[in-house]
Each structure stands twice: as structure tokens, then as C-alpha cells.
Design a protein around this ligand. Structure first.
Ligand code: ADP
Ligand code: MG
Length: 737
């Protein structure tokens, strides 16, 4: 019997040259690879339509009829052969632009044929160009090579096609291969899953996915294989998360004390939104549970995540622990520092900043006070997780805006450099005990409370890029998810318009009007790696143009090629209101908060992804006043681009936009997923459209893990074995361990 691991080149009909092509063009090396190279569509040849039923929106049709006439018409390049095919309900034209002779010689009048092709309308009449035609016995129209079945289409490259390895050839190879497997394929899921989710067997699925015997079986084969694929992805992630949970117990925060309550009653400047309250409850529950919290907090730009982070930190402080908040850039870290200090007012809670540019004496003091516990909250960049930064007792680590981190990356981070596990020094009975509370009113319990050794700080990852649920389950599948789906009251939706760059005067008029009201303006240019030089020129030209147009205002400029200190200084000038216009690349994408800015102009908007546009737009509309976003493109843009821009004009809901982005572009193109390297080499499931199956697959994986936590149930052997196999052959999966 043939093995799945057998080299493809020994398969009959392949040989070294074709094997080389399959290998290089499609990554197919073994027989098993070919088996899982699934068709991307099927052509339905199971039905014969009446001509009257046909319309041009149908992808392919089969009709049966007789040819009544055939004439060459037209001149020059318009010259074509037109035949008239009729059945008892109507007539349709068959058209050839070449190969007239062959057609005229091979097809006869008044003989029944089955004709197959794509119907279109030309000059008001339905026709099929270059149809496939087969002679039939009208009493048995479905007898024949290619009739009465679903014909699979396989993607192949241009290079393959030139060597004759087209879709048809792939179908033939696969068909031969399936015949070689004369015994049923062994099962890859256990009985429980197959019965509970009403799945067909693997054997039936793999055969029908290539050559469906019916529409029903095709559908069932698709469901079975998608489910299986997603099930193992989920099993892998959830198993990893559980493993981590077992190893890393969390510090228990049993109480809410003066820090939290004092803030809540005396310092909170506004009512929390319902969503903020709900999320805080979820976080509190995690932190009181005894297991390490690993939670993803998703909330649209401006939804108030910082406050949630702060209040979570206050719970940690109430339980005699410290907290840290990590931001991706120095300017964001500084902003967090200011925001937190402002919120806390005169409360005796010490918040400090640690970034790469905090040096010398200042750094020493901070490191010392962190170790002796007199700093309660540390805000910073990645500098926070360097080895020489030692907390007295870190209880909560908040990671802000790290939406570009997939599971695999986080796994590495976890293993190597924190934020967990950061060693937590024991506090009880140590000489430093007192100093932790020396600057505050929050005294530690006489005993008990949080235990230091072997416990790990809770982790809250915050992201402002709404991730569609299906993607979140895969990318962040090991985290629990909280969502802030409500903006603070009184926000006016940002008014978004699409304008052509030929109307620049109108764009600048709007900009001027807002500035006359004392407002500020961002003008953003794309910056994409490959053509950085040219983009920078765009930005420079734009800057010159803007300066010339607004001689009476101050214009700033930031881009990624600037030194961080220069960049920060320039941003700071804008934040302070010293400059009114900031010409920038996407470096301003994440997080900066300038509530006085009310216009966001995005040049070459067609070159940005939807999520990125949404993120940029979120830089305005942070105050109570009406804000505007102007998406500028040139006149000639593709219809797909037009659709994307229209979504931005129509919606300000980040989730809606992210879902649309996922549908339009597919997960591979979504921001951040390219680097995430996780589960996007899916062979059959589609995260854009298979949300329901994914939900079931996740539920199934949870059930299996719940019912058999020690992996001892022999009924599940098949699942663990298969998972090991997949982890061996999929590099990305192996990265999670
Ligand atoms: P995010 O980080 O989620 O984008 P921020 O935390 O920066 O959002 O909050 C945006 C603004 O909304 C801040 O100025 C913040 O003070 C304010 N804010 C947060 N929560 C509320 C609330 N419940 N009511 C009113 N304003 C709020
Ligand atoms: Mg924020």
C-alpha cells in the first residue's frame, strides 16, 4: 500500500521534472501534500438547464440542444463564427473567435449535443463563447467522460500551465492517486467528535473534496475538513494555554481596598461606561481566581482602555503589589505617565517612567525605588522588561497597543524576556517590607495576602485594532478576551469624506476653516518599505506645498527616518499647540492623544489598509467637537479601492471595518498577521467566512481538554498523535510549546 510520506516523483505520471515543478511552485513534495492540495472551486456538470432558464449571472451551464445554423460574421478582429443552438424552450448563440475550421468540421446540424460554458450577454443576446461540446444519446445525456459530476479546479501557476500541468492535469494526478489508496484512509478524529458533530469519515471527506459525488457530499466533505483543520489549530493553542496556566499560578488579589475605592469615589472625573464596568469585573474575577490572568482587552480607539488599565493597577496596589504599563514608543509611555498622574491627582500613589532615555542618576533612583517598593506603578517601553529592572513585587503587567504580537511571538516573549515570568522577590518578612508602603496609606496585611514565590504577575494585553472574532480566536486564542464595545458618551462620530486630489483647494479650505477655529490638523502620507525613498519625497513635497499654502501657520513634520528624540520633540510641539499642522507618515498611527486636533487628511488613502485608516482616523475626534477625516485619492482607483474607501465613509465602527477588511482582503493581508506567522497556512478553512465552524471547533477542543486534562483517555489517543504529527510538519505550530 502507498504511503502518504512517499515522494511525489515516484507517482505514476509525475517524474522528476514535474515533481520539481510541484515542489517549487506549490510546495507539494509528498503524496500526502498532493492529497491535501484541495480544489478552489468546482464546476457543476450534474444538471442540464433549459435554454429559457439561463441568464448571464450563472457561472457555468450545461444545456442540451441542436445546432440549426452557423455563420462567419464581422470583419478583422471582430470576425467570429456564430452558431445557433436551440432546445424546446429557446435559442442561444455559440461563438468562436478562433478555430472556426475545427468547429465547422466537427459539429453537425440537427444532432443532439450537450454544450457547456459560461453564458454572457452581447448585443442584447445570450451567448456562450468557446463552449465545450459533446455528442450525446438524448435518452442518456449524463453518460460521458466529463458529464454528471462536479469537476474540480486546482490553482496552478503560469509556469506549471506552460508545462502542461494545468488544473485538468492536477485532477488526473489526484484521481490516479486516490485509486492507489485502495483501502479506506484511516480516521483522524475520534468517534466522539465524528458523532457529536455529525461529520462524515475522513475517507469519505478526502475523496469527495476532490471528486464530489453530489452537492450534499461536497458540502459535508468541506465541513468535515474545515472543522478538522480548525479543531487542531484550537487544540494546539488551548492545550498550550492550559499548560501555561498550570505552570504559572497567579497571585491572588482577594480584596478591593483604599486605592481603588478612593480613586473611584473621589477622583474618577466621569461615570464609567457600562462596557468599562463589565470589563473591570472580568479582570477582577481573573485576578482573584488564583490563576494567572492572560487577558486581551480589545477596545476601539478612544474607548477608554487607559482608565481600565489604571483601575486594574489600583487593585494590584490594594493587594500590596506593583504594576507596570508597557507602551510601544517613548512618546506613548510619556503620555500614559501624564494621563495616570492627572487621573490620580493628589492620591499617594507613585507613578514613574522608565524608557531608554531615562539615564544616569534618575535611572538609578527609579531602579532602587522599584526594588524597595516605593514606586507603585512603572510606565515605560520595552526598557521595563530588561534584566536589571527588578520589582519588589510585580502583580500586573499591562501591554498596550501590541496588536502585532501573535501567539508564537508572545510565546517567545514569555520564554525569553518576560513580561512573565518576571521573578518576583519574596516580600514577607524581608527588610524591605515596610518601605513598600512607606509613601502610601495602604498598609500590608499582617500575614498572608499574596505569596511571592512561584507566582506570576497577571497580564493584560490591550489593543485598539479591533480584531474580528475569528481572527482573535486564532491569533490570540490562548488569551481570554474582553471587549469595550461602547464609547464614552457625548462623542460625535468623525465625519468622513472621500475627495479627489484634483480638488486640493477644497481640501485646504476645510483645513484653514478649522485652524481659524483654533483647531489642529494632521496630514498623513503613506510610507511603505520597498519604496521608502519615493515616499519620503512625497512627504517632503507635501510638506513644502503645505508650508507654501499656509504661510500664516506653523507646520511640523515627522517620519520614521528621524531620530527618536527629534521625532518626539516634533510631536511634543504639536501636542503643545506650538505647531498647527503636522505632516507625518504613519508613525503617528498608534496612540498619540491631541484632543485639539480635529482634521485628519490622509493622502494616497488607497495605499493604506482599512484597519490602518481607522487607526489613523482615531487620532482625531478625541475632544467634544466635531472632527473630520478627509480621505484623498486620485480619480483613477480600482473598484475594490472604491469599496474600501466607501466602508470608511459609511462606518466608524472598528469591528465592522475589521470584518469588512477580513472579507475583502483575507486574513493573510490583514495588518499584523503577516508577521504573526500563525495558522494562516490554513489549507481549506477561511477565517473570513468560516466563523461558525471555528466556533464549533473551539468548543470541541475545549470539551476534549476539559474531559481529559491529563491526556490519558485512550479514546483521545488518536487526537494527540495527530497533533504531534501536525506540530512536526508545521513550523509555526511548533513555535508554540
Ligand atoms: P483608548 O486608549 O482606549 O484609545 P483612552 O484611554 O485614551 O482611549 O481614552 C480616550 C479619552 O476618553 C480620554 O481622554 C479619557 O479620559 C476619556 N474617557 C475614558 N473613559 C471615559 C468615560 N467613562 N467617560 C468619559 N470619558 C472617558
Ligand atoms: Mg490608548
Amino acid at each position: 500500500m502507498i504511503q502518504r510520506s512517499q515522494d511525489i516523483k515516484y507517482l505514476q505520471g509525475v517524474g522528476p521534472a514535474r515533481a520539481d515543478l510541484l515542489n517549487k511552485e506549490l510546495g507539494i513534495c509528498t503524496v500526502g501534500d498532493l492529497l491535501t492540495y484541495y480544489p478552489y472551486k468546482y464546476v457543476d456538470k450534474t444538471h442540464i438547464y433549459k435554454i429559457r432558464e439561463i441568464n448571464a449571472s450563472m457561472p457555468y451551464v450545461q444545456v442540451m440542444g441542436q445546432i440549426l445554423s452557423a455563420d462567419v460574421v464581422g470583419e478583422g478582429r471582430g470576425k467570429r463564427l456564430v452558431a445557433r443552438l436551440v432546445d424546446d424552450t429557446g435559442a442561444i448563440e455559440l461563438v468562436w473567435f478562433q478555430g472556426f475550421k475545427y468547429a465547422l468540421k466537427n459539429y453537425d446540424f440537427n444532432v443532439p449535443y450537450v454544450v457547456f460554458g459560461k453564458p454572457t450577454v452581447y448585443g442584447g443576446r445570450l451567448n456562450i463563447a468557446h463552449p465545450e461540446i459533446e455528442k450525446v444519446d438524448p435518452s442518456r445525456p449524463f453518460d460521458g467522460e466529463s458529464r454528471n459530476r462536479y469537476v474540480p479546479s486546482y490553482n496552478t501557476s503560469e509556469k506549471m500551465k506552460r508545462s502542461g500541468l494545468n488544473s485538468g492535469a492536477m485532477a488526473k494526478l489526484t484521481s490516479k492517486l486516490l485509486e492507489l489508496f485502495d483501502e479506506p484512509f484511516p480516521e483522524t478524529l475520534n468517534r466522539y467528535l465524528i458523532e457529536h458533530y455529525h461529520l462524515i469519515s475522513y475517507n469519505e471527506a478526502i475523496r469527495n473534496i476532490h471528486f464530489p459525488q453530489s452537492a450534499e457530499l461536497l458540502r459535508k466533505a468541506q465541513v468535515r475538513l474545515k472543522f478538522e483543520e480548525l479543531f487542531y489549530v484550537q487544540l494546539n493553542i488551548l492545550r498550550y494555554a492550559r499548560d501555561r496556566m498550570r505552570k504559572y499560578r497567579g497571585i491572588v488579589f482577594p480584596k478591593i481596598g483604599d486605592a481603588f475605592n478612593g480613586f473611584y469615589h473621589n477622583h474618577l472625573p466621569f461615570e464609567l461606561t457600562g462596557a468599562q464596568k463589565r470589563v473591570l469585573k472580568e479582570i477582577r474575577k481573573d485576578m482573584g481566581s488564583g490563576r494567572q490572568m492572560n487577558r486581551l482587552l480589545q477596545g476601539d480607539v478612544g474607548s477608554g482602555k487607559t482608565l481600565v488599565a489604571l483601575m486594574s493597577a489600583l487593585i494590584a496596589i490594594d493587594n500590596h503589589c506593583q504594576a507596570c504599563i508597557m507602551a510601544p514608543t517613548e512618546i506613548l509611555a510619556e503620555q500614559h505617565l501624564q494621563t495616570l498622574r492627572q487621573f490620580l491627582g493628589d492620591m499617594p500613589i507613585r507613578v514613574e517612567l522608565l524608557t531608554g532615555s531615562v539615564k544616569g542618576k534618575k535611572r538609578e533612583t527609579i531602579l532602587r525605588d522599584l526594588k524597595n517598593g516605593s514606586i507603585h506603578i512603572l510606565v515605560g517601553t520595552h526598557a521595563v522588561i530588561e534584566d536589571n529592572v527588578v520589582f519588589m513585587r510585580l502583580g500586573l503587567a499591562v501591554i498596550d497597543e501590541q496588536h502585532r504580537f501573535g501567539v508564537a511571538q508572545r510565546a517567545k516573549l514569555w520564554d525569553k524576556s518576560g513580561p512573565t515570568p518576571i521573578p518576583i522577590p519574596v516580600m514577607e518578612g524581608s527588610g524591605h517590607h515596610q518601605s513598600f508602603t512607606s509613601s502610601s496609606n495602604y498598609s500590608p496585611p499582617s500575614q498572608g495576602g499574596a505569596q511571592g514565590v512561584g507566582l506570576f504577575p497577571h497580564v493584560l494585553v490591550m489593543t485598539a485594532t479591533p480584531i474580528p472574532r475569528t481572527l482573535a480566536m486564532t491569533l490570540y486564542g490562548d488569551l481570554d478576551v474582553s471587549v469595550i464595545d461602547e464609547l464614552p458618551p457625548g462623542r460625535k462620530p468623525i465625519y468622513t469624506v472621500h475627495m479627489y486630489d484634483s480638488y486640493r483647494d477644497n481640501i485646504y479650505r476645510k483645513v484653514r476653516m478649522e485652524m481659524e477655529q483654533g483647531r489642529q490638523v494632521y496630514i498623513v502620507y503613506p510610507l511603505i518599505q520597498e519604496s521608502e525613498k519615493m515616499d519620503l519625497k512625497n512627504l517632503e513635497d507635501g510638506y513644502v506645498q503645505v508650508c507654501r499654502h499656509f504661510p500664516d501657520y506653523k507646520v511640523g513634520k515627522v517620519h520614521g527616518k528621524m531620530k527618536p528624540a527629534e521625532k518626539d520633540a516634533e510631536m511634543q510641539r504639536f501636542a503643545n499647540g506650538e505647531t498647527q499642522i503636522l505632516v507625518a507618515t504613519t508613525v503617528i498611527e498608534v496612540g498619540v492623544n491631541v484632543p485639539n486636533a480635529s482634521v485628519m487628511v490622509i493622502e494616497n488613502a488607497e495605499r493604506f489598509g482599512l484597519s490602518q485608516l481607522h487607526q489613523l482616523r482615531g487620532r482625531v475626534g478625541r475632544g467634544a467637537d466635531q472632527s473630520y477625516c478627509i480621505l484623498v485619492t486620485n480619480y483613477e482607483i480600482s473598484s475594490e479601492t472604491r469599496k474600501r474607501i466607501q466602508i470608511m465613509v459609511d462606518s466608524t465602527d472598528g469591528f465592522e471595518i475589521a470584518e469588512a477588511d477580513l472579507r475583502l482582503r483575507g486574513p493573510g493581508d490583514l495588518e499584523g498577521t503577516q508577521q504573526s506567522g500563525m495558522a494562516f497556512d490554513l489549507k481549506i478553512a477561511n477565517l473570513g467566512s468560516d466563523g461558525q465552524i471555528l466556533t464549533l471547533a473551539r468548543e470541541a477542543a475545549t470539551t476534549i481538554l476539559d474531559g481529559d486534562p491529563d491526556e490519558r483517555n485512550p479514546e483521545n489517543d488518536i487526537l494527540w498523535r495527530r497533533l504531534q504529527e501536525l506540530r512536526r510538519t508545521n513550523i509555526n505550530w511548533g513555535a508554540i510549546s
